[in-house]
Design a protein around this ligand. Structure first.
Ligand SMILES: [Ca+2]
Ligand SMILES: [Ca+2]
Length: 87
């Protein structure tokens, strides 16, 4: 039983690691609603967030593709490149 306990502890640790690392590993650039795909929904989200800055209501950090803290035409243009490459 001691071995089984150790196995369970090891799997629990592994599971916790997956939970911690998964969001980073699965992050898809341009995926604003975090559903794993870049599609029209993300396009609507990013267009709807244009003009917002970090801290504003409606600001979506996932839509800030260049990471400068504001959703601007630059982010839309980056999104268009990603979206265009996938569709
Ligand atoms: Ca998406
Ligand atoms: Ca930006």
């Amino acid at each position: 039983m001691r071995f089984l306990g150790r196995m369970l502890a090891a799997s629990a640790a592994g599971f916790a690691m997956v939970l911690v690392t998964a969001p980073v590993a699965l992050a898809v650039e341009g995926d604003c609603n975090n559903d794993g795909v870049v599609d029209d929904t993300d396009k609507q989200l990013i267009l709807g967030a244009v003009g917002t800055a970090a801290g504003d209501p409606g600001f979506n950090a996932a839509a800030d593709l260049d990471g400068d803290g504001v959703i601007s035409g630059q982010d839309v243009s980056m999104f268009a490149k990603i979206y265009g490459a996938q569709n």
